[in-house]
Ligand binder design. Structure first.
Ligand SMILES: C[S@@+](CC[C@H](N)C(=O)[O-])C[C@H]1O[C@@H](n2cnc3c(N)ncnc32)[C@H](O)[C@@H]1O
Length: 325
């Protein structure tokens, strides 16, 4: 359906499908496929202002029956199958306050976090994000009709989140400014349906433990700190519900440091069962000529998103794991 008409290049509109978007490009305002689809549904006129109901009809009125055996989410069988791929291969568009959110060095896309939320929750479920940054997960939760609570230590990112909500008329969730090591204790046990963790950089202890003396071994101190957070998340999560953790490896003092297994190990210590991983490459990551032209130094542009499930003590494996046609 690709259309090479150059006049389409100048047409611009608000994309109406935040999560189940055109899979072939990131620039929806220039995407001929998406334009054709929108014209078919007569949705190609730019709305005067953002409005959730008129902008996200596909989220409100899905035209299929959810399998009655599906206790996990509200996606179709095809969406379910696509999500089980271990790599996110699509690129995500730059919507919903992208210009403001990109001030954050580690900002993510609402579409990326939205896919995780859409898969691991149903409408009205509660999402918890202890390292919420500019509130990307909260934005995605609102677009999907979920509830969300976030914590963020840096006040300016919280202000950006509320500014984006006002500007784009996105329903506000609760983003609390403060240290999640303390705030997580206020989350009632067994109250959360999905935890999303996008942790800070282990090598910046002044960011995640601002009032402590700089640790001599930052990576060890970081995992002690993270274990405390994961213990609280485990208690907050309902039985059998899921947690996704963004993990990224490091290159320090001439050596590649594989951090992903450490995350898996502390999550197991906190009582989680590792269920899988999804690789996401941040194609927006700037390439830096670190070792050029003498030695190989990787530009670490991918994250491994580890998926965990809250395990019932003594339980061997999830009884729902096997395929029952
Ligand atoms: C990787 S970023 C999250 C980015 C976010 N997903 C987004 O899209 O904007 C990690 C965030 O955790 C915050 N943070 C670090 N230590 C924290 C703590 N102890 N409590 C709460 N937030 C913390 C940092 O300020 C940073 O914004």
């Amino acid at each position: 359906m690709r259309n090479d008409d150059p006049s389409l290049e100048t047409v611009s509109f608000h994309c109406r499908s935040p999560i189940y978007m055109c899979a072939t490009c990131t620039h929806a305002e220039k995407c001929a496929d998406l334009l054709n689809i929108l014209r078919m549904f007569k949705l190609d006129e730019k709305p005067p202002e953002f409005d959730l109901l008129t902008n996200f009809p596909f989220l409100k009125e899905r035209s299929f029956e959810v399998d009655p055996r599906n206790k996990l989410n509200e996606v179709s069988s095809g969406e379910w199958l696509q999500f089980t791929r271990t790599v996110f291969s699509q690129k995500f568009p730059k919507f919903f306050g992208h210009d403001l959110r990109r001030k954050h060095p580690e900002y993510k896309s609402p579409h990326l976090l939205g896919q995780l939320i859409a898969f691991f929750t149903k409408r009205q479920d509660l999402v918890l994000d202890p390292f919420a940054g500019t509130g990307t997960s909260l934005i995605a939760a609102s677009l999907l009709g979920r509830e969300a609570v976030g914590f963020e230590i840096e006040r300016s990112w919280v202000d950006i989140y509320y500014h984006i909500c006002r500007k784009h008329r996105i329903p506000r969730q609760k983003l609390v400014s403060g240290n999640c090591s303390e705030l997580l204790h206020s989350v009632p046990p067994d109250s959360v349906d999905f935890v999303l963790i996008d942790p800070p950089n282990p090598m910046n202890p002044e960011e995640w433990a601002p009032n402590s003396a700089p640790p001599s071994k930052p990576v060890d101190a970081f995992f002690d700190f993270m274990l405390g957070a994961l213990n609280c998340c485990h208690s907050a999560l309902k039985e059998h519900k899921h947690m996704a953790v963004f993990t990224r490896n490091l290159y320090q003092n001439g050596q590649y440091i594989f951090l992903t297994p450490y995350f898996a190990s502390i999550a197991a210590e906190a009582g989680f069962l590792l269920k899988g991983e999804k690789i996401w490459e941040n194609s927006a990551e700037k390439l830096r000529p670190y070792g050029y032209p003498h030695s190989y130094v990787p530009n670490i542009s991918h994250y491994s998103i580890l998926i965990f499930q809250k395990q019932t003590p003594g339980e061997e494996s999830d009884p729902d794991d096997s395929f029952k046609p």
